[in-house]
Every structure is written in structure tokens, then in C-alpha cells.
Design a binder for this molecule. Sequence first.
Ligand SMILES: [Ca+2]
Length: 358
Amino acid sequence: MFTVFNHFIKFGFIVTIVIFSSSVFAANLAQDAQVQKFIQSMVSKHGFDKKKLETLFAQVQIKQKILDAISRPAEKSKPWHEYRNIFLKPKRIKQGARFWQKHKDVIAYAHQVYGVAPEIIVAIIGVETFYGRLQGNYRVMDALSTLGFKYPKRSKFFLGELELFLVMSREQGFDPLSKKGSYAGAMGMGQFIPSSFQSYAIDFDGDGQKDIWSNKADAIGSVANYFKRHGWKKDQPVTDPVQLSKNTSLTPEDACKRSCKPKLTVREWTQKGVSGKLSTTANSKAILLALQQQTGMEYWLGYNNFYVISRYNHSTLYSMAVYQLSQEIKQAYITLNTRKVNQTALNKAISNTQSSGK
Ligand SMILES: [Ca+2]
């Protein structure tokens, strides 16, 4: 390879190589047999215009970077104390409180309509996109086409998402090339893939558009709706820290790793040697969580609402990070508003003193 590369450099073909490597599949995608088949199914199934779709796919780019990203071997999972530090940074907490403050009316309304705790809605948007700032830089068309047509392992899934994306672009009246998202086609402030958009995105401000990219009300309402539809219970606890008794037979192996539906009741966990100050009843169902801290294992019980967070991302660590971030944001939000109340009271007192001194 090196020899060939040098040969090209020698003859001034480096530019050719660079162009070639960034657009390995640069030929008109619309001519690809698989794409033609897909176009045909969009025409017969959904009544799309063949010519228009061909024009669209001629502009779509297959991205090697996306194939590299999805094929990258999964990172060895981090211990909790490292994972936690990625998300629970002061900047994310502070900006979460500010985001809440700025959109407090619509967040309060989403809470009222869907019953989902405001701090959870804010934490999800904070973890997913840093409050909408980092929504992904790939065109959704490029991402879904690359994975649908050039990644056979998940082709069926991503072609299904591509189909839904085209349908939603027609329904919502946007240019499919105009929307950006993650390399896997997750879109907007809450990173919905098209099938999630179809099932859970809502037009929360009633302007006729479901705009989860730039309309804060729609993004907030859609996240709240997602949680409600996955079974979030209003004012119910999420999780509690617990201890294991010395003679328990429970080990970290009994703890949930990914996406476990609570089966045992709190009473049953108690009988197995779990104890702690619990914010729920003995009949509530729970899962055991074991989190690797620097100094040893830390245990928690997770309830129904913890399971609902895991519907967003199946990792137990993700759900715990969202929960703990939500608690930090809540505290920061209260502090922010206490300061505001104090300042208002102080201003009032000053103004009273001044007027009485006149
Ligand atoms: Ca809207």
C-alpha cells in the first residue's frame, strides 16, 4: 500500500487519492440497483414520484466515516465512576438549570400534560445533545442511506428508517436533505430516529409542524410524550441507594446490566438482604443495580420509572447518569431561583427604604 501511495504522490496524484477516499461511492447513488429497488418500493407503497426520488438520491453521499463509526468495536464498558464523570460535569448541570429557567413555562406545561418530572426532561436533552447544541453533523439522508445500502448487517433496519424519514419529510413538508443528525440517523434535541419520530414526536406549540430540531416546545413535549408512552408514572420515585446485609447471598451478578423490567417486589429484595431508606412501598417492583465505584460496589434499587428511562437507551449506566444529572440540575435550578427570589426581595426592600426616606 505504501509503495502504491508513494507512486501516486510522485506523479502528483495525491489530490486524486484524497478525493477518491472521501467519496469512494461517489457515483450517482440513484443508479445503484439496490437504490433503484428502494425507489421503486417508495413509488408503489407510498406513491412517491420516481424522478424526484432519483434526483434526491443523486445528491445523497455514502460516507465511509459512518461505516467506520458503526463498525468500530464497542468500547469496553467503563466503570460507573468514569461513566458518571462524562455526564455529571458542572457545565452540563449549570446549563441544564439555565435551559429549564429559559423554557420553564413549556416544561411546566409538559409536566402538567404528561406527568414527567421536569428535571428528567431537561436531563435527557442535556445528555443527548447538550441542550440542543450538539445534534449531529451528518445529513440524515446520508446517514440512513449509507447504513441502509452499504451496511448489510443492519440494512433492513436502516432502510425501514429511511422509508419512514422520507414519509415524514413529505408529511412535515421539509427537504429531506436539509435535516442533520447523528451518524445513525438520530435527530433533533432528543435524538429521535425516524420510527421514534413517527410514534412519539408531537407538535407541542400547535403551529402545524413537529420540529424537534429547533422548536424547543416540540422537542420538550416530544421527550415528555416518549416517557409517558413508555409508562412513566407521575410523582413516583426512580431509584434509591441501598445496602446489602453481610450474610446476603446477593452478588453483583444479581444486578441488572441492561434494560431489565422490574420483577421482584421491594419486599422480596428486603428478604434477600437489601435495606435502605426507600421512597416506595413494599409491593412496588424493583431491580437491583450494582455500580462500580473506585472504592467498591455501590447498590441501588431501580423502580418502574428507572426502567422507563432505560427505554431511551438500554444501558443501566445511561439511566443512572440521566437520573443523577436530573437531581443535580434540580438542585441548581432551585438555587438559581432562590437567588432570584432573594434578589427581588432585596430590590423591593431597597426601593421601600428609598421611598420611605423621601
Ligand atoms: Ca410545532
